[in-house]
Design a protein around this ligand. Structure first.
Ligand SMILES: NC(=O)CC(=O)C(=O)O
Length: 295
């Protein structure tokens, strides 16, 4: 992982457009690739420099599909999805946060996000760190850990559009990861995600705004559109949140491309008016052992 200096420094580009491609995922991989490629093209026509795709966009979000749709990213001839992303990034000269995809690596399966730069090169890959295992009787039961291996690295990538931290869906529930990104000078955290109907309504907006406010940075999420025919119904509502927790733009649950402007000077403004970093009392809460409080 790249280690960055702590203080916030404005990147070369401070204002640009981001596109969140909330695409409709089908069981036909080629169709998903075509759709994504069209949405990327559309985003570029609207002036976007950073394009974000959803969690599991070339494959239905279903445990019995992950292995079937998985690709070996180190063998580009066997990875039509990575080839498409690389070509799109290069041909349009943009940065792509490639949502997430099932990845095969030495007999293991990962839920992985690939990041491409304007030269078409793969800049980084983030393997979902916190696997989504949930069991709410009568509502939802899902166990990613039955099929996936968890990643073990945070991912920070320096791009033409600033320093980006990556998380995948359930990773957003862990404030420690976002705090680490903040400490390493990240401007925006991108979370491709696929919250479901139960957790979506209750938490999706809340956790995004919480991560943005806690860390005074931008948070962008991108979900597949809702498809009620599969076994897992996604919530949708791809969103961009600003450094004071404000929702800059959000979508409904239908297929759509959401485009908005990011202005990084708002990070500085927010941190100047409310200097949380200076006010933090890590001397009090960082080093206290709970046993000292409750012997
Ligand atoms: N795909 C996920 O990680 C889903 C998730 O976190 C949720 O709450 O839904």
């Amino acid at each position: 992982m790249a280690v960055a200096p702590n203080p916030f420094q404005l990147p070369n580009i401070t204002k640009f457009k981001i596109a969140l491609c909330q695409l409709s995922v089908t069981s036909d991989k080629n169709q998903n690739l075509d759709r994504a490629s069209r949405m990327i093209r559309f985003s570029v026509k609207q002036g976007s420099k950073l394009v974000v795709l959803p969690e599991m966009w070339n494959c239905p979000y279903s445990s019995d599909c992950f292995a079937k749709y998985a690709e070996d990213f180190d063998n580009r001839d066997a990875s039509p999805t990575l080839s498409m992303l690389s070509e799109a990034a290069c041909c349009h000269g943009i940065t792509i946060i490639g949502g997430s995809l099932p990845e095969w690596d030495h007999g293991r399966l990962y839920n992985t996000c690939c990041i491409f730069g304007p030269d078409g090169k793969l800049k980084a890959r983030h393997r979902k760190i916190h696997l989504f295992d949930i069991d709410i009787p009568g509502e939802i039961s899902f166990k990613e850990s039955d099929t996936f291996t968890a990643g073990d690295q945070p991912t920070i990538v320096d791009t033409e559009v600033g320093r980006i931290g990556i998380g995948i869906c359930h990773d957003i529930r862990f404030p420690e990861l976002a705090a680490l990104y903040r400490k390493r000078g990240v401007d925006i955290i991108c979370y491709p995600g696929a919250f479901n109907m139960s957790t979506g309504e209750l938490l999706w907006e809340l956790v995004q705004r919480a991560r943005a406010i806690d860390n005074q940075l931008f948070v962008a999420t991108c979900s597949p559109s809702r498809n009620s025919t599969g076994s897992y119904t996604t919530w949708g509502h791809s969103t961009l949140v600003g450094p004071s927790g404000e929702i800059i733009v959000t979508s409904g649950h239908e297929e759509t491309t959401v485009i908005a402007e990011i202005d990084y000077s708002n990070i500085q403004l927010q941190r100047k008016s409310l200097p949380l970093d200076d006010q933090k009392r890590e001397d009090i809460y960082k080093f206290i052992d709970v046993h000292e409080l409750n012997p």
